[in-house]
Design a protein around this ligand. Structure first.
Ligand code: ATP
Ligand code: ZN
Length: 286
């Protein structure tokens, strides 16, 4: 029988769309009929298991799935026997402490003797312990943000992305407990065949991520400025330089990193670059 790597992903929710589109960008084709629990890829030895996100670390630890995509927050909270093999860069959010808007906040000691509602008792408990804060944790499974309003707790610890839910419940964010993003997790012992499929998947994920983090840039420059312009363009090796029909001018092609993007563009313009074109890269193989 052929070996398949079994990947657990969230059935429906904030992780689903980005997980599926990342896999598609990796060239992995499959059809996910709605309501199905499992699907297999048509062109890559991988099977999908569609689950609730909370169950993913446990299924991977038990070996029902070989790997999984889940929020780091859930992975740390469940504390199962799995390891993070890749950070995926989407579903970014933070787990934060929030208190009633009107209260003054002067530091973590605010929480001494207070009760805090959360769905993340383990992560919060560890955080409080590390900071020597003595607070009471109320574990609740949903709608944590309404807890102070109904008198269930004096503060909350919950996931935040923009903070608008907090504001509309009369709360303000005062401390970040954890920064989270989607991560790829794996169980402890994969067979050699499965490990080799995972390595292939990781290679594809890296090529897609590198492509997203870089841009292809083309520009024209007077020849006497080339040295200065090249000094701003690291490229994969060095820029490609081609003569233009117009005498004394060249066309230059290179790759630049998204992080340094605007700074590089400003330097290039100052150095005399013209007709700068920036093009997205679909995949980048190192
Ligand atoms: P399930 O039905 O699978 O249990 P859920 O309601 O528990 O779903 P979602 O709300 O879909 O979970 O969130 C899944 C994950 O997405 C979270 O664990 C977290 O990692 C991330 N996430 C949560 N809130 C946000 C947000 N506001 N912005 C971005 N990512 C978020
Ligand atoms: Zn969930």
């Amino acid at each position: 029988m052929d070996t398949y790597l079994r990947l657990a992903i969230q059935k429906k929710g904030r992780l689903s769309d980005d997980s599926l589109s990342l896999l598609k960008e990796c060239g992995i084709k499959f059809s996910n009929g709605t309501g199905k629990l499992m699907a297999a890829s048509r062109n890559f030895p991988i099977e999908f298991l569609f689950l609730r996100d909370d169950d993913i670390p446990g299924y991977v630890a038990d070996g029902v799935a070989d790997i999984g995509i889940a929020g780091e927050n859930v992975v740390l909270e469940k504390n199962k026997n799995v390891s993070i093999v890749k950070r995926l860069g989407f579903s970014k959010c933070r787990l934060s402490l929030a208190i009633p808007k009107g209260h003054t906040y002067e530091g973590l000691t605010y929480f001494n003797g207070k009760s805090i509602a959360t769905s993340y008792p383990n992560i919060l408990g560890q955080f409080l312990q590390q900071n020597s804060i003595n607070a009471e944790i109320h574990e609740i499974s949903g709608s944590v943000e309404i807890a102070p309003g109904i008198g269930l707790a004096e503060a909350i610890c919950d996931l935040v992305s923009t903070g608008s839910t907090l504001l509309s419940n009369g709360l303000k964010e005062v401390e970040t407990v954890l920064r989270s993003e989607a991560v790829l997790i794996a169980g402890e012992s994969l067979t050699e065949a499965k490990q080799s499929i995972l390595n292939n998947l990781l290679f594809r994920l890296e090529s897609v991520q590198e492509g997203r983090n870089n841009k292809y840039i083309l520009l024209n420059a007077p020849n006497e400025k080339l040295d200065e312009i090249i000094s701003y363009l690291p490229g994969m090796r060095s820029p490609t330089i081609m003569p233009l029909a117009q005498k004394g001018w060249s066309s230059l092609h290179s790759v630049i990193n998204e992080d340094a993007f605007w700074e590089v563009i400003e330097n290039l313009k100052k150095a005399g670059a013209e007709g700068i074109l920036v093009v997205p890269i679909e995949k980048m193989i190192k």
